[in-house]
Design a protein around this ligand. Structure first.
Ligand code: HEC
Ligand code: HEC
Length: 442
């Protein structure tokens, strides 16, 4: 720094990040500072438990949750892990237990925090020893109806998913599953609860099963938007209603985010390159590197590590299928409670839903693997506002205050910064290839 500009220490990290951005074109969050501290920025666990008890005062496992078709719900419950009160109780205890991590500071609820929309509300997550990963933590709400878990779909079930963060070196960092079970095995409460739930001593597989059982109770599908769909037209504003028309028409959202009774969360469960990763990656080089590494060491654990702690993270679904057309493709995310789960996208690169709309409006970031369904939308500012209003109406009533606060915050931010807006591209005054040949881009 040259003496002329003085910045407060709190701004130093931001200034540094901005400088890094200028130098190598990487997004700001790549230099996001670690939060550290005993809770890594999460609400303390005892307070989170109080909140979840208030949110879900009674869970009746004999009744399928409201808002999910009973037949569909049943399809997603594996036969060796039927719902039961003992299993839910065990899973709940495990979800909030930092002892499952190698240094005793990180639980599932550190990154999927009840008070933050079951996310950490930061661009990328922070695990043990303050290590930052490469991906944004999606919410654990309503995950029961996803056909695959993680942004690249590498886990087939919630049971399989829950076991991975425990042994990932930058998340909870246990050397192996046995060590995780050992960390809680001498606790008399756990011994009794594992007996009640699975008639066995504490073990790694049942840790995954119990957590999945608990996650199937995290259903938050009671929003103004649902009342609107059920026929109460005035449950959402006229502006949001206009957003719904655009969502299903001009804005083309419905083609990847279908929302209906059998699919209440708004995902097609498929993988698309929507031009988010393309901003800062040489895909071809990364793909060659990934193939070489996967040949040396394959398997789910290896992919998990590549996804969370290397540049190859941006290859997305390709890491699983090794299929060229899956380069930079990620699973369509759910749209429920979207107002309170920002920042957005697999890399947390978008701060507001206006940013998300600007991204779609200009047809994403051009790259050879871009999904055919992504193209400039020519939406006006009013139309963008309408879709954003619709998205905010999809948040469960139980988070109404938080949703309003987030709306206000994002709205203010969007008035001063719209980093993804590109009118010329959105309105088709110029086309991406034109920008490239005239040297305006890349
Ligand atoms: C250090 C932070 C961190 C911890 C700890 C953590 N997660 Fe996550 N979680 C993430 C991130 C980041 C992703 C996205 C990774 C990806 O898609 O590759 C994720 C993804 C998920 C998903 C997939 C959601 C979806 O839309 O597919 C579920 C479910 C989940 N985590 C549950 C858990 C459970 C259960 C635990 C505890 C055993 C846990 N997480 C621990 C950060 C964390
Ligand atoms: C071609 C398929 C496709 C279309 C069309 C599409 N989306 Fe998406 N959407 C995705 C995928 C895939 C992701 C995850 C991408 C990523 O993380 O890199 C996503 C992510 C999002 C997210 C971020 C979710 C989160 O939790 O971070 C929002 C919000 C969203 N889409 C809204 C919309 C809206 C609104 C429209 C219409 C203007 C739309 N999408 C059109 C496929 C699509």
């Amino acid at each position: 720094m040259t003496g002329a500009i003085r910045i407060r220490p709190a701004n130093a990290a931001r200034a540094l990040a901005a400088a890094v951005l200028l130098l190598c074109g990487r997004p700001l969050h790549a230099a996001e500072a670690a939060v550290g501290g005993p809770t890594h920025g999460a609400l303390p666990m005892d307070q989170q438990v109080t909140r979840i008890d208030a949110l879900l005062p009674e869970v009746n496992v004999d009744q399928p949750p409201a808002g999910v078709d009973p037949t569909i719900f049943a399809l997603f419950v594996p036969s060796d892990n039927e719902m039961s009160p003992a299993r839910v109780a065990l899973g709940k205890k495990l979800y909030f237990d930092t002892r499952l991590s190698a240094d005793g500071t990180v639980a599932c609820a550190t990154c999927h925090d009840v008070s933050r929309g079951f996310t950490d509300q930061r661009a990328v997550s922070e695990g043990i020893r303050d290590q930052l990963g490469r991906r944004n933590a999606p919410t654990t709400m309503n995950t029961v109806v996803f056909q695959s878990l993680f942004l690249d779909g590498r886990a087939p079930t919630l049971e399989a998913q829950a076991k991975l963060p425990i042994v990932n070196p930058i998340e909870m960092g246990q050397p192996n599953g046995a060590a995780a079970a050992q960390a809680i095995a001498n606790d008399a409460d756990y011994q009794r609860m594992f007996q009640d739930a699975y008639s066995r001593l504490p073990n790694y597989d049942d840790i995954g099963r119990a957590i999945a059982n608990f996650e199937r109770t995290l259903i938050f599908l009671n929003s103004p938007f649902d009342q609107f769909l059920a026929g109460q037209t005035d449950a959402i504003s006229p502006q949001a209603q206009q957003g719904w028309v655009l969502f299903n028409g001009k804005a083309r959202c419905v083609s990847c985010h279908p929302l209906n009774r059998s699919n209440p969360i708004g995902t097609d469960n498929r993988f698309h390159n929507i031009g988010v990763a393309a901003r800062h990656q040489d895909f071809e080089k990364l793909a060659r590197q990934a193939l070489a590494e996967l040949q040396k060491q394959g398997g789910l654990d290896a992919v998990d590590r590549m996804a969370l702690s290397t540049d190859m993270s941006e290859l997305g679904r390709f890491l699983i299928t090794k299929n060229r057309s899956d380069i930079g493709a990620f699973r369509t995310l759910q749209l429920r409670n979207i107002g309170i789960t920002g920042p957005y996208m697999h890399d947390g690169s978008m701060q507001t839903l206006w940013d998300v709309m600007d991204h779609y409006n200009k047809g994403g970031e051009a790259n050879p693997f871009l999904d055919g369904g992504i193209e400039p939308l020519a939406l006006s500012e009013d139309e963008i506002d309408a879709v954003v209003a619709l998205l905010f109406s999809m948040t469960d009533q139980r988070f109404a205050d938080q949703n309003q606060a987030m709306f206000d915050k994002q709205h203010t931010l969007a008035q001063t910064q719209r980093p993804f807006r590109d009118e010329a591209l959105a309105m088709r005054h110029v086309f991406p290839f034109e920008q490239r040949v005239t040297g305006q881009q890349q």
